[in-house]
Design a protein around this ligand. Structure first.
Ligand code: ADP
Ligand code: ZN
Length: 618
C-alpha cells in the first residue's frame, strides 16, 4: 500500500498535511528524520504510517507512561496492532507483549526510555524485526529545557546498535538550541530536518490586565466556554487548589493538579480530564505534556509565565483538533514584581539570572505589545508573518497615545524617592504621591511636600499601574534588588526624563474606563462567530449531532475509552450533515477508516435513521 492509501483506509483522512507526506516517504525509504511540528500538527502519522508500511514493528520511545495505555487504545481503534512495555505492567502481560513482538504480530510497540535501555529489552529487540525507531518528545534530551529526562541521553546508542533502522526524532519545541541538542545527542547528524511553521491559526491569543484573576476567569469560562474542557495554569500549588474550589463552587467541573499530589491522585485527575466531558484542570506546569486530548477549548494563565517558550508550549495544548480555541492570559503589576523577585532570590549564578531576566523581558514585551500577538510570538521562534486577524490586538486594535508626560511625572517621582535613600518605596507609594492621596505613609514621610505631589490626579490608580507595568516592560523602570518591589530608575529612564524618547502607551490599559465597552464588543463578536459555526448545521442536523454524541458517550463508557477516541466531534458533525442512509455512504467522511467503518458503521446509520430507541442522552 502507498502512504496515501494507508492514510485513507486506516485513518480515514483525505490528504496529508504540511510535511507529513515528505517525512513518511523519507522514512519509508530508510532515512532518518528530525521532525519539528507544532502541537496538533500531526506528528504521530509521521511514524505510524511508515511503521505500517515497512516490515517489522515500529518502536516508539515516549516518556509519557501514564498516557501509553490511551495511545495504544486509540490506535487499536483504528485496527492497528499495538502494545506497550513500561513499569506499570505486570509480568504476565509483559511476557505476552514480548512474545507478540518476537512473532512479528505488532505494528507499533510503545516503550518508556528507561525500560528500552535495559539489557533485557535491548536483547528482546534483537529477537524481532524493527521497522523504525520513533523518539517522541525528543526535546526531553535537552538539559536546559524544562522537560529534561536523563534517560533520553542514552538513546544515542540506538543508532549505533541498529545502524540500518531508520530513526525519527519528533518534538513541538522549536528553539534553535533544542533543535541542535536533539541532532547532536541523539546522533542524528545524517538526518533530514523537517521544520514546520509553528503557527496555530485556530488559537485566539488574548492578554488582559489582571483585576481579580479568579472572577475574571470564572466569567471567561461561563460566558465563552461553559461545559467545555480547558486547562488553567497557575504558579503555586495553593493557587491551583483555591481556584479549583472557587470554580467548583460556581458550577464548573474543576480539578486541581500539582506535584504535591500522590501519583494515584494525579493519574485520576488526568484520567477524568481525558475521559469525562467538560472538565477544567487547574494546574501548575507539571500538567499537560503529551496530553493528546484534541478538544481542549481553552488554555488560561492566571499568573505570568516565565518565558515565551513555556507559554507557547502550554497554550499549544488548546485546539489540537484544529477548531476555534482560546489562549487567555491575565497579568498585572504584581506578577512582574513577583517574577523579578523569584529571579533575584533564585540560587542560580549570574549567567542564569541574566538568562532568566531576558526570558521574562520577552514575555513582558508580548504582554504589552500593541501589535499582533502572533507576530510577536512567532518572531520569537524566528518566523515572520503578517498580522493574524485572530488575536486581541488584531481584532480590537488598542490605540496608543503619547504617554511621555505621564512617564516623566512617574519617573521624576521615583527619582525623588531614590534620593531619600533611607527608605525604599514600591509602586503604591509612588502612585499615592502622584494622585495626591494623603495616606498615613505619605504623611509620615512628608511626601506631600514633594514637587510631584498631586501632579497625576487626572489618572486613576489602575491607569497609573498600567503605566508602571509598561515602563517596566520597556526597561525604562526596574524593580530594585531585595525583593520588596522597590521601583528604581535605569539608564533608559533618563532618556525619557530628558525627553529624548517618546513613550507610546496602549490606550486600552491607560484608559481603563473604556474597557467595559470593549469587553462587551469582543464578546458580541465572539458570540457571532460561534453562532455562525453552529449555523453550519441546521436545527435538524444539530439535533442529530447531539444524538450521535449521546450514542458515542455510551460506546465510550462501555469500552472504557475517552469519547474522542471513538470519534471526534468533527466526524460526528460531518455524519450529522451527511445523514447517511447506508453504511457505504459513510466512506470518505473524515475520521472514518476501515476499522471504524466496520466497528461502528451500522450503529451510525441506525442512530442517523433515528430507529434506536435505546439511546438516551446521558
Ligand atoms: P501532534 O502529535 O503533532 O500534536 P497528532 O498526531 O496528535 O498531533 O495529530 C493531531 C490531530 O490531527 C489528531 O486528531 C490527528 O488525528 C489529526 N490529523 C493528523 N494528520 C491529519 C491529516 N492528514 N488529516 C486530518 N487529520 C489529521
Ligand atoms: Zn494578530
Amino acid at each position: 500500500m502507498t502512504p496515501l492509501q494507508v492514510l485513507r483506509d486506516v485513518f480515514g483522512y483525505d490528504a496529508f498535511r504540511g510535511h507529513q507526506a515528505d517525512v513518511i516517504d523519507h522514512v519509508v525509504a530508510g532515512g532518518d528524520a528530525i521532525v519539528l511540528m507544532p502541537t496538533g500538527g500531526g506528528k504521530s502519522l509521521c511514524y505510524q504510517i511508515p511503521a505500517l508500511i515497512r516490515p517489522g514493528t515500529g518502536v516508539v520511545v515516549s516518556p509519557l507512561i501514564a498516557l501509553m495505555q490511551d495511545q495504544v487504545d486509540a490506535v487499536r481503534q483504528l485496527g492497528i496492532r499495538a502494545a506497550y512495555l513500561n513499569s506499570t505492567q505486570d509480568a504476565g502481560s509483559r511476557r505476552d507483549v514480548e512474545r507478540a513482538f518476537r512473532q512479528g504480530d505488532l505494528d507499533l510497540l510503545y516503550v518508556a526510555p528507561e525500560r528500552l535501555l535495559t539489557d533485557s529489552c535491548l536483547a528482546l529487540l534483537d529477537q524481532g524485526q524493527i521497522a523504525l525507531f520513533a523518539i517522541d518528545e525528543a526535546h526531553c534530551v535537552s538539559q536546559w529545557g524544562h522537560d529534561f529526562r536523563p534517560d533520553y541521553l542514552g538513546l544515542g546508542l540506538l543508532g549505533e546498535r541498529w545502524p540500518d533502522v531508520p530513526r525519527l526524532a519528533l518534538t513541538a519545541t522549536a528553539t534553535e538550541a533544542t533543535h541542535r541538542e536533539i541532532t547532536e545527542r541523539l546522533g542524528l547528524g545524517q538526518a533530514r530536518h523537517f521544520v514546520s511553521s509553528f503557527d496555530r491559526p485556530n488559537i485566539r491569543y488574548r492578554i488582559e490586565p489582571k483585576r481579580s484573576a479568579k472572577e475574571q476567569l470564572l466569567s471567561f469560562i461561563q460566558s465563552e466556554h461553559a461545559g467545555e474542557a480547558g486547562i488553567v495554569y497557575a504558579l503555586a500549588r495553593a493557587t491551583t487548589e483555591d481556584v479549583a474550589a472557587y470554580l467548583s463552587a460556581h458550577g464548573v467541573t474543576a480539578l486541581a493538579y500539582h506535584a504535591g499530589l500522590s501519583a494515584d491522585e494525579r493519574r485520576d485527575v488526568q484520567r477524568r480530564f481525558l475521559r469525562d466531558d467538560g472538565v477544567v484542570v487547574v494546574a501548575t506546569i507539571a500538567f499537560g505534556m503529551g496530553i493528546d486530548k484534541p478538544d481542549v477549548r481553552f488554555v488560561a494563565h492566571i499568573d505570568l509565565p516565565k518565558s515565551v517558550e513555556g507559554y507557547y508550549q502550554e497554550t499549544g495544548r488548546a485546539g489540537r483538533d484544529g477548531e476555534a480555541s482560546d489562549a487567555w492570559l491575565v497579568y498585572g503589576l504584581g506578577d512582574v514584581v513577583q517574577q523579578r523577585r523569584f529571579i533575584a532570590e533564585s540560587p542560580a549564578d549570574d549567567f542564569h539570572r541574566r538568562l532568566q531576566t531576558r526570558l521574562l523581558d520577552a514575555m513582558l514585551a508580548l504582554c504589552e505589545t500593541a501589535e499582533c500577538r502572533r507576530q510577536n510570538l512567532l518572531a520569537y521562534f524566528g518566523e515572520a508573518i503578517e498580522p493574524c486577524g485572530n488575536c486581541d490586538t488584531c481584532l480590537d486594535p488598542p490605540a496608543t497615545l503619547d504617554g511621555t508626560v505621564a512617564a516623566q511625572k512617574l519617573l521624576s517621582t521615583v527619582v525623588r524617592l531614590e534620593r531619600e535613600r533611607r527608605q525604599h518605596f514600591g509602586a503604591g507609594q509612588v502612585i499615592d504621591i502622584l494622585r495626591g492621596h494623603r495616606t498615613e505613609k505619605v504623611t509620615r514621610w512628608r511626601h506631600d511636600e514633594l514637587s510631584t505631589w498631586g501632579i497625576g490626579a487626572d489618572r486613576s490608580d489602575s491607569e497609573w499601574r498600567a503605566v508602571v507595568r509598561q515602563l517596566l516592560a520597556r526597561g525604562e523602570l526596574a524593580i530594585g534588588p531585595g525583593g520588596h518591589g522597590v521601583l528604581v530608575t535605569t539608564d533608559a529612564s533618563w532618556a525619557v526624563l530628558r525627553g529624548e524618547v517618546a513613550v507610546a502607551l496602549r490606550q486600552d490599559v491607560a484608559v481603563a474606563r473604556g474597557r467595559a465597552k470593549k469587553d462587551k464588543a469582543a464578546k458580541a463578536a465572539k458570540a457571532g462567530a460561534s453562532a455562525a459555526a453552529a449555523a453550519e448545521l441546521t436545527a435538524e442536523q444539530a439535533e442529530l449531532f447531539e444524538r450521535l454524541r449521546a450514542w458515542r458517550a455510551g460506546v465510550a463508557r462501555e469500552k472504557g475509552l475517552p469519547a474522542y477516541v471513538v470519534f471526534h466531534d468533527s466526524t460526528l458533525r460531518a455524519v450529522a450533515a451527511a445523514r447517511p442512509t447506508a453504511v457505504a455512504e459513510l466512506k470518505g467522511i473524515p475520521g472514518i477508516g476501515a476499522a471504524k467503518l466496520e466497528a461502528y458503521g451500522e450503529a451510525l446509520v441506525t442512530v442517523t435513521q433515528g430507529t434506536v430507541p435505546s439511546v438516551t442522552p446521558a
